[in-house]
Ligand binder design. Structure first.
Ligand code: HEC
Ligand code: HEC
Ligand code: HEC
Ligand code: HEC
Length: 177
């Protein structure tokens, strides 16, 4: 009976430690998931600011991403489009000179993609734009961003909104084809 007597506090202590550990792990998870600031996305070849262009200067999203409502590819502005304005606006600014260099050497600006969908998922904007889902509902406050954050789209994000808006959740048919 002697071992029994010594064992009990051991086990209780272990149980307490395990539950404290679990609580700490959950707290850490919640903290990192909800509180930790979103890290800025990858550095871009030119520090393009949506805040300056769409927030302050109020340039429409579709001016630079013109096919978003019609095609599977929203479109990225070609260098020429930047130079429409920047041939006159701050043309000597170092980043704008870099843009001129891209233009003169026929090099598309190597923008780094930040939004990805998980594999095997087909996403296109058309249905969404046509049902009046705002860019911000999916992309966040783009016009307040200096640098867009990286976002990997998992099915949970898609489904959360599809449930809320009563859109189709028949995933195999609608998304995986
Ligand atoms: C419709 C006009 C317009 C177009 C198109 C445009 N810009 Fe601008 N851009 C502006 C204006 C206005 C400013 C603010 C200039 C100032 O601060 O005096 C600006 C500022 C900038 C700046 C520096 C200021 C900062 O704080 O970030 C960069 C870099 C820049 N633009 C890059 C680009 C690139 C790259 C493109 C193409 C993808 C582009 N712009 C397209 C009008 C435009
Ligand atoms: C003056 C041109 C311009 C305007 C206006 C503009 N964008 Fe962009 N957008 C860009 C450029 C250049 C990039 C690539 C660099 C970057 O990611 O910041 C980009 C990237 C993006 C991306 C990330 C693409 C990826 O890699 O996944 C999203 C999302 C986006 N824009 C949404 C918007 C929305 C929403 C608006 C309107 C609020 C808008 N843009 C207005 C030029 C523009
Ligand atoms: C229902 C959610 C949703 C809405 C609404 C939405 N987007 Fe997107 N957007 C996405 C997803 C998901 C991706 C990544 C797609 C991919 O990688 O194929 C994306 C990618 C992009 C890209 C990058 C495309 C590329 O070629 O890499 C741009 C630019 C963009 N969106 C602009 C916009 C603009 C502008 C609007 C509003 C007019 C908008 N989006 C509305 C979900 C959305
Ligand atoms: C912010 C809300 C929202 C998000 C996020 C969202 N969707 Fe949607 N989706 C909608 C709405 C609203 C419709 C339109 C339903 C309709 O037209 O009846 C729709 C329609 C669709 C359709 C067409 C459905 C059909 O019956 O033809 C597909 C496919 C789709 N979404 C895929 C996706 C994928 C994949 C993602 C994630 C990458 C996603 N959606 C994220 C709101 C959203």
């Amino acid at each position: 009976m002697q071992p029994e007597k010594n064992d009990m506090p051991e086990r209780t202590r272990a149980a307490v430690l395990i539950s404290l550990g679990t609580v700490a792990a959950i707290a850490a998870f919640l903290y990192f998931f909800y509180v930790w600031p979103q890290p800025a996305g990858p550095e871009q070849p030119i520090p393009f600011s949506h805040n300056v262009h769409s927030g302050v200067k109020l340039i429409q999203c579709q001016y630079c991403h013109p096919y978003v409502a019609y095609s599977n590819f929203p479109g990225m502005p070609p260098v020429e489009k930047c130079l429409h304005c920047h041939a006159y606006i701050i043309p000597e600014f170092p980043w704008i000179r870099k843009e001129h260099q891209y233009f003169n050497t026929d090099t598309p600006t190597p923008w780094v993609k930040v939004n990805y969908v998980a594999e095997h998922v087909v996403f296109n904007h058309q249905r969404h734009i046509n049902s009046a889902v705002a860019c911000e509902e999916c992309h966040g406050e783009v016009s307040h961003s200096q640098r867009l954050p990286q976002k990997i789209w998992r099915m949970g994000y898609c489904l959360e909104c599809h449930h809320a808006k009563k859109a189709s959740v028949d995933c195999w048919i609608t998304c995986h084809n």
